[in-house]
Ligand binder design. Structure first.
Ligand code: HEC
Length: 129
């Protein structure tokens, strides 16, 4: 199953590039991992992406700390600092993938504000700030 995800993600790169051109709205800046990003992950992701939970078991991704998040999943990094466009984390929460692997898994999409916060954080270098 996980190998299939990698293929879907690669295919969606071209579509993602087109979307980025269309979505040039002014973005917030100065996003903090500790203040802004971690609360979003704790609320929406870490229930599954933590030790012993199904998201971590299936994908290898642990969203409970900056260090673990940056390690990525079974197939390597899911966050590319400075490149929200091709970061799997952003693709999945933005729905730039097949709906069966959109995150949070099997749930409503995150509010647009949270999606934007994750995007700006990655674009600004995915720092532990
Ligand atoms: C209800 C459980 C659940 C929640 C909540 C959840 N995930 Fe997942 N996640 C999974 C499962 C299970 C997988 C494995 C792939 C699959 O089965 O679709 C996965 C896979 C992933 C992957 C793909 C890893 C890879 O190797 O390609 C990413 C990235 C991801 N999740 C990010 C998130 C983020 C970010 C959130 C919060 C916004 C989140 N997930 C919330 C269960 C969950």
């Amino acid at each position: 199953m996980a190998a299939g995800i990698q293929i879907v993600l690669k295919r969606s790169l071209a579509a993602a590039a087109l979307l980025a051109v269309a979505a040039c709205s002014p973005a917030p800046t100065g996003v903090s991992y500790n203040k802004d990003v971690q609360p979003i992950l704790a609320k929406n992701c870490s229930e599954c992406h933590a030790a012993g939970q199904k998201g971590l078991i299936a994908s290898g991704l642990d969203t409970t700390s900056h260090q673990n998040l940056m390690k990525g999943g079974k197939f390597g990094p899911l966050v590319k600092p400075g490149d929200a466009l091709s970061s799997a984390l952003n693709m999945l929460v933005e729905g730039r993938v097949h709906s069966s692997i959109q995150m949070p898994h099997g749930r409503e999409k995150l509010p647009p504000k949270d999606i934007e916060t994750l995007k700006v954080w990655v674009s600004e270098g995915a720092k532990n700030n």
